[in-house]
Design a protein around this ligand. Structure first.
Ligand SMILES: *[C@@H]1O[C@H](CO)[C@@H](O)[C@H](O)[C@H]1NC(C)=O
Ligand SMILES: *[C@@H]1O[C@H](CO)[C@@H](O)[C@H](O)[C@H]1NC(C)=O
Length: 352
């Protein structure tokens, strides 16, 4: 029947020709074959597909390719469908042959890259604190089909998580993906961003198209932390030496320093390293360094003991030694040259 050749409506085909739309039909001996077997088309691009209605059992007299858009030409048992600009999101092609009651369906996938991808913090949190939870959101505008989209959140070059939509909507949609993060101090200055990738399978583009967001810098505030461990022991220093008390710390915002010194030391100091170039006994005692920023405060204690310098004694001792040596050598000289007198005088000295 010629009337069965090309129909525009599924219902019409059903009522007149009694073939089955997809699914297995036991009376079907051979299904029409689409080439290619899958079609992935960018929205607005041209497309074409061929359908071989029969290869073995070609005794039928009617075949067709139902198409909502485009045009169909026929060459023997092969039908060709072409369209210049595919813009129908619900496109579906049915290829049928009447003699064996068989129908094949092709659902071309239309895709559209996201119009925009942007990243932000939920509720516009500008500033973060260490060890608290925040929510990042990646907003994707006008993408189709959203179920083929994979969203990856990144911190720097590190992928944090991959997310997918549960929506089966074929038409472009806007969707927001969220990720909870708990930043640490190491994340201060890091950049968060998201990447969207449309994975359309082997019939899709060889390289899945990617759209990325801008980079969102993280400012993580945290309390001061001492760079060097505390000194549990007493710091013993010799009078006259140079003393360095190192209280260097990190923190965001940058911490400030305040030193408490032994009573008899004067003046306030606000640097990270306290230096006393020539230590005296008045510098003995307890020093407390208080490091603080808007997030917190830490303190470090130093107990300083000052020892008497041994250098003056060494100098005196050395001088004494030198004098004795000089005296002795002089004595020997005299002994050799003035033996008699020397002996006499020495005896006199001892006796007195
Ligand atoms: C964002 O703020 C609104 C109102 O302040 C609140 O209702 C909502 O729960 C917040 N969302 C998140 C994820 O914290
Ligand atoms: C203080 O300690 C820090 C961290 O260890 C170090 O970088 C700095 O050079 C030290 N300063 C002095 C004067 O010793």
């Amino acid at each position: 029947m010629f009337c069965c050749c090309i129909f525009l409506a599924v219902s019409l085909l059903h009522s007149l020709c009694h073939f089955h739309v997809s699914g297995y039909d036991p009376s079907c001996t051979e299904y029409p074959v689409f080439t290619p077997s899958a079609l992935v088309v960018k929205y607005g691009d041209p497309a074409n597909v061929a359908c071989d209605v029969c290869q073995k059992d070609c005794s039928g007299d009617a075949s067709g390719l139902e198409h909502g858009v485009g045009k169909v030409t026929k060459n023997g048992t092969t039908m060709f469908w072409t369209v210049d600009r595919l813009t129908d999101w619900d496109i579906r092609l049915l290829c049928f042959y009447t003699s064996n009651q068989c129908t094949s369906t092709l659902n071309p996938t239309l895709y559209q890259l996201p119009e925009s991808v942007s990243i932000s913090f939920v509720n516009h949190t500008e500033m973060m604190f260490e060890n608290q939870q925040y929510t990042l959101q990646c907003s994707v505008q006008n993408v189709a089909p959203v179920q083929s989209l994979t969203v990856t959140f990144y911190r720097g070059n590190t992928a944090l998580d991959h997310l997918q939509s549960r929506s089966e909507q074929k038409k472009p949609v806007n969707e927001t993906f969220t990720l909870n993060i708990t930043p640490s101090r190491e994340d201060d200055g890091a950049q968060y961003w998201c990447e969207t990738k449309l994975e359309l399978g082997p019939a899709g583009p060889q390289r899945p198209p990617v759209v990325i967001s801008e980079k969102l810098p993280a400012i993580v505030h945290y309390g001061p932390e001492l760079k060097e461990p505390p000194n549990p022991d007493v710091i013993t220093i010799t009078e006259g030496d140079t003393l360095h008390l190192n209280c260097s710390s990190v923190g965001n915002p940058s911490p400030s320093y305040n030193w408490t010194r032994p009573k008899n030391s004067s003046s306030s100091y606000t640097g990270s390293v306290l230096t006393i170039t020539s230590v005296g006994f008045e510098h003995k005692g307890q020093y407390i360094c208080t490091v603080s920023n808007t997030v917190g405060t830490v303190t470090k204690e130093f107990n300083v003991d000052v020892q008497v310098s041994s250098i003056p004694y060494i100098i005196r001792g050395t001088l004494l030694g030198v004098l004795i040596l000089v005296g002795l050598s002089l004595g020997c000289y005299c002994k050799r040259n003035q033996r008699g007198n020397y002996k006499l005088s020495k005896i006199i000295v001892i006796d007195s």
